[in-house]
Design a protein around this ligand. Structure first.
Ligand code: ZN
Ligand code: ZN
Ligand code: FE
Length: 748
């Protein structure tokens, strides 16, 4: 026998593929590749991933394997391909086999996917049987995570089990050459779900200025005409939401470009199959009501992601410029996803447009922003969850319980970190129930029984209490800011010691104080607190968060002592001020804080921008919005052995206010000061520890004026800078860090 491969010899290979390969059109894709390469064999889904056996001449097998490695359906994520040679069986054709039930292993559940271009074509073609059908989908698009009840992903394990397919739909479903082959939510006007009211009816409600509860993919939206200021203000009043921005939905990209500046990266984010809400710089003077995002220079916009959305904009009763589409929930409760829960929203909406396809798992819209041409996830939910974050190392099964605000949790297995969808602020029973319901759901899906749980040190957090109540797992307390940096490290594949700059509003410190302006040196095993913002008293707990003037007073007292310029606080009610002064002087009902968020609050109040807030982060957001471009000046500060002293900056800001300097210039100079502090603190840490990798995390880095300048300053100073992208920089991302730190602690 020669050493040349004999191309006529028939070989058979068994290929095992792991990753996000179910519910993303993977089997039809494999079928097509097998057809194109004229190979025989089969493909099958199992709870361990996709298995393929292919048989044919060596050269065609090789080209099949190459195709398999280089091409994939849009939302598939291939993490592992194992190929083994097996004896040939003389197979003649290629078939798709029924899913195999295997227990003990796990597959990854795909996220929900926006209507694809081909389905949109079906939907807009008057000759197509799915013309204007609001539930059109195929193997490349449609609901997934929200309708899946169990694994493997097959129709009986979804909420579509209630809709027996008609003859035509079944034909598509069973035809390997069809785009709807094994599309589990496949449906048509004859056999599929139906709307509760004609679309024209819903459109006329919206045109009349009414608030309509509309059932979407992961829950109900509250919708109204975004160009109708009165309608938007009515929705605000009912939701008791004074200023927090509403997201809007635009009919198409052209409309978004009329109201916002859209970079190529933003455009990609808006149009990608995940269809998140993208935060975009807003153009002045558009048809969008100012009541949509008062005091904001940006606006959150998304494009239609279900055929029902397209119908709302394009149906005969049509043409809205834009619709407000805000989550259907009561203040901070989870999004309502079932008709039975609608009474909870009774005071919020006028009319309902629902349908009879059940939502098994509720999922809010995701929110992203782009920076340096990359998507930065701000809220990780629909379209992203439960797609895993790939880790650079294998991990024991662990759980990160998450924080209090913007809670998500994180489960790990092998090289995957699976973050839950956005659960919300764990401050009420409903949200806590949502946490537990989602946790047990995901543990079952992924067959994960955590051996260790990482939790926040704050004893009052409901996520912490939930973790401490768990039985039969090791428990590891993880400091909040350590978790932030560990999360950034994990997502960037770092394992070595780094400098961590963790800036945010609140995190329980190991000394019992409230941290939030932290410069750490850390790895997964531990951290050293190298520098922090100078402690100031925080008077009156939560009230200090809602009333930035309290922090302004605290900072001003710290900077001026008894020589505080009295006129600074003339506008504050003297009695309320006296109470806070007493707290500060006697240190009653106060804790110490190094919070960066509270520093921004203080400055926003000192320069007269905002004394009281009605949503989280409002003062800091407005301070960022106020900062003028083209300002290079900055204020003074001092670094001591342990802390960053900003009293010189506070004194200068007060002097500028009294001189009548504009808020825009002061806001910019203040931002520049924080940039200089960060660069200087990192330099010092580099000198003392010999490190040059810097991870930036914490909610403060959602401030893009700051982020852009910090990244530039650090790079100029020779640092390697690592940022978040797939995982939020805010508290929605700490669960990942908790899980990794806890697993590492357990390993030792
Ligand atoms: Zn499709
Ligand atoms: Zn049908
Ligand atoms: Fe935080």
């Amino acid at each position: 026998m020669g050493s040349e491969p004999n191309h006529a010899t028939v070989l058979r290979k068994r290929i095992h593929i792991q990753g996000v390969v179910q519910g993303v059109g993977f089997r039809p894709f494999v079928y097509e590749l097998a057809m194109a390469n004229r190979l025989a064999g089969w493909v099958r889904n199992s709870s361990e991933g996709v298995f393929i056996e292919v048989e044919g001449p060596a050269d065609r097998l090789e080209s099949f394997e190459e195709d398999l490695r280089n091409r994939r359906p849009v939302l598939a994520q291939v993490d592992r391909v194992q190929v083994t040679d097996i004896p040939q069986q003389g197979a003649r054709d290629f078939v798709i086999l029924e899913s195999a039930q295997v227990t003990g292993e796990f597959v990854l559940v795909p996220p929900d996917i926006a209507t694809c271009a081909e389905c949109y074509e079906d939907f807009t073609d008057p000759a197509n049987r799915r013309y204007q059908h609001p539930f059109t989908n195929c193997t490349n698009c449609g609901p997934r995570y929200t309708i899946i009840r169990d694994i493997p992903y097959d129709r009986p394990a979804t909420t579509m089990v209630e809709f027996p397919m008609c003859r035509e739909c079944r034909g598509e479903y069973e035809n390997p050459a069809d785009r709807r082959f094994h599309a589990q939510p496949n449906a048509c006007p004859q056999c599929g779900p139906a709307l509760s009211a004609p679309i024209e009816q819903a459109q006329s409600w919206l045109r009349e200025g009414k608030v309509v509860a509309i059932k979407g993919l992961g829950g109900f939206h509250l919708a109204c005409d975004a160009t109708n200021g009165e309608a938007v203000r009515r929705l605000r009043e009912r939701k008791r939401r004074s200023d927090k921005p509403f997201a809007i939905m635009a009919p198409d990209l052209g409309a978004v470009e009329r109201w916002c500046e859209v970079s190529p990266a933003d455009r990609e984010a808006l149009e990608c199959p995940r269809r998140p809400i993208a935060i975009l710089p807003r153009r002045p003077g558009t048809v969008i009501s100012d009541a949509v995002a008062p005091g904001n220079k940006t606006i959150g916009v998304m494009l239609p992601y279900t055929p029902l959305h397209h119908l709302l904009f394009e149906g005969a009763g049509g043409r809205f410029e834009a619709l407000v589409m805000t989550s259907g929930n009561v203040s901070e409760e989870p999004i309502v996803s079932r008709e039975e829960e609608l009474p909870r929203l009774a005071s919020l909406y006028d009319e309902v447009l629902t349908h009879n396809r059940k939502i098994h798992t509720r999922v809010d819209d995701s929110v992203v922003r782009t920076f340096e041409r990359e998507v930065r996830v701000v809220r990780r939910s629909r379209g992203y969850a439960p797609q895993p974050v790939r880790l650079a190392f294998e991990m024991a099964p662990a759980l990160g319980a998450g924080g209090e605000l913007k809670n998500t949790f994180c489960l790990t297995k092998q090289r995957y970190a699976i973050l839950s969808q956005h659960i919300g602020d764990l401050e009420n029973l409903e949200t806590l129930e949502f946490f537990h319901e989602t946790l047990s759901h995901m543990k079952r899906f992924y067959r994960i029984e955590p051996e260790v749980v990482g939790y926040d040190l704050h004893p009052g957090y409901l996520s912490t209490r939930a973790a401490l109540e768990m039985q039969g797992v090791q428990k590891v307390g993880v400091q909040h800011h350590h978790a932030h940096i560990a999360s950034c490290m994990a997502e960037n594949g770092l394992r070595e010691r780094v400098i961590g700059v963790s800036l945010d509003g609140t995190g329980y410190g190991t000394d019992g104080q409230i941290w939030g302006g932290e410069f750490l040196v850390c790895d997964f095993l531990g951290f050293e607190r190298c520098l922090h913002f100078r402690y100031v008293p925080l008077a009156g707990g939560d009230a200090a968060v809602r009333e930035p003037w309290r922090m302004a007073l605290s900072y001003a007292r710290d900077a001026f002592g008894q020589s505080l310029p009295e006129q600074l606080f003339e506008r504050i009610d003297p009695r309320r001020r006296a109470i806070v002064e007493a707290m500060l002087a006697r240190r009653v009902n106060t804790v110490l804080t190094s919070s960066c968020g509270r520093l921004f609050d203080a400055v926003a109040s000192l320069i007269g921008l905002r004394d009281e807030t009605n949503y989280e982060g409002q003062a800091a957001i407005e301070l960022e919005a106020a900062a003028e471009d083209g300002v290079e000046s900055r204020y003074g500060f001092e670094l001591s052995d342990a802390d960053v002293d900003l009293r010189p900056a506070i004194a200068e800001i007060v002097a500028e206010v009294r001189k009548g300097t504009g808020a825009g210039k002061i806001a910019a100079s203040f931002h520049n000061t924080v940039v200089a502090v960060i660069v200087e603190a990192c330099r010092r840490t580099r000198d003392s520890h010999g490190l040059k990798k810097v991870c930036l995390s914490g909610g403060t880095f959602q401030n893009f004026y700051l982020l852009g300048r910090v990244v530039e300053g650090l790079r100029q100073a020779g640092f390697e800078v690592y940022l978040h992208s797939q995982v939020p920089a805010n508290d929605g991302g700490i669960a990942l860090g908790q899980a990794v730190v806890a697993a590492e602690a357990a390993r030792r």
